[in-house]
Ligand binder design. Structure first.
Ligand SMILES: Nc1nc2c(ncn2[C@@H]2O[C@H](COP(=O)(O)OP(=O)(O)OP(=O)(O)O)[C@@H](O)[C@H]2O)c(=O)[nH]1
Ligand SMILES: [Mg+2]
Length: 713
């Protein structure tokens, strides 16, 4: 038999962890709320049966607020499954069971998983039978992260599915509600919402916007129903009372264990006192990030990259070019295979350890629960520029891959805030840009390379935040007022298995990308840069290659930035396909020293890195922006990024030239900059003062009508 099973539950309870265990997948798991933003499905064999399992975004209730919760609600209401595995977390049982009751009200077949049993405080045990008897659904306590209780869960599911008639016990609190009266009022509209009239009546009592709009009740009918906000509170209260009844005594002391209880909690709050400290929070965050960069691009990353470089040169490049030359192979074939493919592909492959290390640290930050803290501590600053702490998740995920990170913005309730977060995410330096900085900074800044790379990441973030502040001044992008409720997950340690999974998964994705996109780009760029339209292979001749001709036309545009040559232009064009393409093209075109020449090659290289950081995102990111925000915003993002990249690179190059060519002038420019900034602060301070004076007038003047609200914020 083939069964459709859906995983449903509150956010961050371990649904995806369970999905990965059952289907042997590697879907994204993270210790914060709202990791999964779209449904995923996969088939798994369970004995003689096939199970088509669907992982859904987390939701708190069937009355939804965010778009991804809507995906889950629609799926649950569609009844397009045979069974729901409802996942709860043992330490949040009361809150999680609220959704469980709603599923049971709907009458859907449910198996209840009580997850994270390993986190139950020492000395406590769960009376699963009590909950099972009260709800009349199978209950399976487990730890999806550690223990292999998956087989037991699946056999319970199959057993539940194979029962011909499942008896769903009516929930006693429903009898206390005037459901019959509501049914009578809405009965003639009910064909619009399906056959479950009793459930629809309950939703009406809950003042459910979605159901009410589907029903399209008349004013008369609404008047008959009375004040729905009162009944909404009453329904919630009855549910919680029922949950209290079920859970009271469900978690009891386990006398066989004599450990000190609550140790983990006090440990968590002690760490949080340091990590979330008003003064230390941001410096601690920057210190952690700096440490990660020093390890990734300095000590460890550099060593492994050097090792791979050596391996590729000694074991692939040298033997291959020697053998090809020995066999009398045409020079262009040797050039294509060795300089085009081995150098192009190998030039990226050597950064595999650094990419893996970066993803590993990012996953540690994510899985430990630290990223939630970052979102929490940045919320105040972010609010001032029209974003929220939740945007911090998306932006930080942008360090991995922009195209996937911007999907996480779906968790943002305010539409303008969501759009802004989407537009800003590509400014964060994704992992594909990492080989570009690593290779260029390594060649021109030797020991200072990790700091240059760190600077690029900081610059990307600074540009994103500045752009947010500017957007906030533009009416179509000004965010609405939102109250932001954020859940702080407990600190969790990733398992060795998960760490290994992260490393293998990211290595696989990287190698596949290098083996396909970068391979193709290397071949194309090498061919176009070594053949001319008229006289074939150009090596050893005076002919001008195709790329040289085309790139040469655009190159002057980049002259003010210090890299106005066709090779740099070619590299940037390759970067549109995939950002790693920038460096594979550079390698195929003779390496960094052949491109950044002139009086200040390091400065040109620096401006080039800045441009690479900020210019048009790759095609995959543009496609994601189009999907999430629409075509218009995609074009806006394209223009915005290119303009910002050009301006910032121009400023960096010009300022660098001033410093390097005339130290006296540089000091003068710096002094003027300091005075200007100080002046701006003084003016801003005075304005603030004026606002206060206005407030003092008691609200009678025109200014007071607008300003007091802003001061009170
Ligand atoms: N200690 C412990 N942690 C777990 C367990 N199951 C999952 N986790 C952790 O809980 C966090 C959330 O796991 P996910 O599987 O992403 O949760 P989810 O329900 O899919 O979350 P959303 O997609 O945000 O709705 C991760 O850090 C997991 O490693 C468990 O049994 N024990
Ligand atoms: Mg998930």
């Amino acid at each position: 038999m083939e069964y459709n099973i859906a995983l449903v539950g509150n956010p961050n309870v371990g649904k995806t962890s369970l999905y990965n265990r059952i289907t042997h997948s590697l879907e994204h798991v993270g210790n914060w709320h709202g990791v999964t933003v779209a449904e995923v499905s996969k088939k798994a064999k369970v004995g003689n049966h096939t199970v088509n399992l669907t992982d859904l975004p987390g939701l708190y209730s069937l009355s939804v607020c965010s778009p991804e919760e809507g995906i889950s609600r629609d799926r649950i209401l569609s009844r397009n499954y045979d069974l729901i595995i409802n996942v709860c977390e043992v330490n949040n049982l009361s809150r999680n069971l609220y959704l469980t009751l709603q599923l049971l009200e709907l009458g859907v077949p449910v198996v209840l998983v009580i997850n994270m049993m390993d986190e139950l405080a020492a000395g406590k045990k769960l009376d699963a039978e009590k909950i099972e008897n009260a709800l009349n659904v199978p209950v399976v306590p487990m730890s999806a992260k550690y223990k292999d209780d998956v087989d037991r869960l699946m056999s319970v599911c199959i057993e539940t599915l194979s029962k011909p008639e499942r008896v769903i016990r009516p929930l006693e609190y429903l009898d206390k509600l005037p459901l019959d009266k509501v049914r009578a009022t809405i009965s003639r509209n009910v064909d619009k919402v399906g056959p479950n009239l009793r459930w629809t009546a309950l939703k009406v009592l809950e003042n459910d916007e979605f159901i009410l709009s589907e029903l399209g009740l008349t004013e008369r009918q609404m008047a008959d129903l009375g004040d729905l906000s009162d009944s909404q509170a009453h329904v919630a209260q009855l549910r919680y009372e029922y949950i209290d009844k079920i859970t009271c005594g469900a978690i009891v002391s386990d006398d066989s264990v004599k450990h000190k209880i609550g140790r983990a909690k006090s440990g968590t709050s002690r760490i949080d006192r340091a990590v979330l400290n008003k003064y230390a929070a941001i410096p601690v965050f920057l210190l952690i990030m700096a440490l990660i960069f020093v390890i990734t691009f300095g000590v460890a990353g550099k060593f492994f990259t050097w090792l791979l470089e050596l391996g590729i040169e000694k074991l692939v490049y040298n033997p291959l070019s020697g053998w090809l030359t020995g066999t009398g192979c045409p020079a262009w074939i040797t050039g294509l295979l060795c300089d085009g493919i081995v150098n192009g592909v190998g030039g990226i492959l050597v950064f595999l350890p650094q990419v893996v290390l970066l993803f590993f640290f990012l996953a540690l930050l994510e899985d430990s629960g630290y990223i939630s803290r970052v979102a929490f501590m940045t919320d105040g600053i972010f609010r001032k520029i029209g974003l929220s702490g939740k945007s911090a998740f998306t932006l930080l995920m942008g360090f991995g891959c922009s195209a996937t990170a911007l999907l996480t913005a779906r968790g943002l309730e305010d539409e303008k805030m969501r759009k802004k977060t989407i537009l800003l995410t590509p400014f964060m330096s994704c992992s594909a840009r990492l080989p570009v900085y690593s290779a260029i900074a390594g060649a021109f800044f030797s020991a200072g390379a990790p700091f240059v790379v760190f600077f690029m990441y900081v610059l990307g973030a600074a540009v994103a935040l500045t752009a947010a502040a500017v957007f906030e001044k533009i009416k179509p992008l000004k965010s609405g007022e939102l109250s932001f409720i954020m859940e702080m997950p407990p600190y969790r340690l990733p398992t060795a298995e998960r760490v290994l999974q992260i490393i293998l998964n990211n290595a696989k994705v990287f190698v596949i990308r290098v083996g396909t996109t970068i391979f193709a780009l290397s071949v194309i760029v090498w061919m176009l840069s070594n053949f001319s339209l008229t006289s074939g292979y150009t090596e050893g001749t005076d002919s001008v290659s195709i790329l040289q001709t085309l790139g040469g036309i655009i190159a002057p545009v980049f002259a003010p930035l210090g890299f106005g040559n066709w090779k740099a232009v070619t590299a940037l064009l390759s970067g549109l396909v995939a950002k790693e393409g920038v460096i594979s093209s550079i390698d195929g075109l003779g390496g960094v020293h052949a491109i950044f020449t002139g009086a200040y090659p390091a400065l040109s290289a620096f401006a080039f890195m800045v441009f690479t950081l900020l210019y048009v995102p790759c095609i995959a990111t543009l496609a994601a922006i189009k999907k999430e925000a629409g075509f218009k915003w995609m074009i806006f993002s394209l223009v915005l990024q290119t303009a910002v990249a050009y301006s910032v690179a121009l400023v960096c190059y010009t300022a660098g030239l001033l410093v390097l060519s005339n130290v006296g002038m540089a000091i003068g420019v710096a002094a003027v900059a300091v005075v200007t900034i100080a002046f701006i602060f003084i003016i801003a301070g005075k304005r603030k003062g004026r606002r206060k004076a206005c407030r003092g007038c008691g609200g009678g003047c025109a200014g007071c009508a607008i300003i007091p609200k802003r001061i009170d914020e």
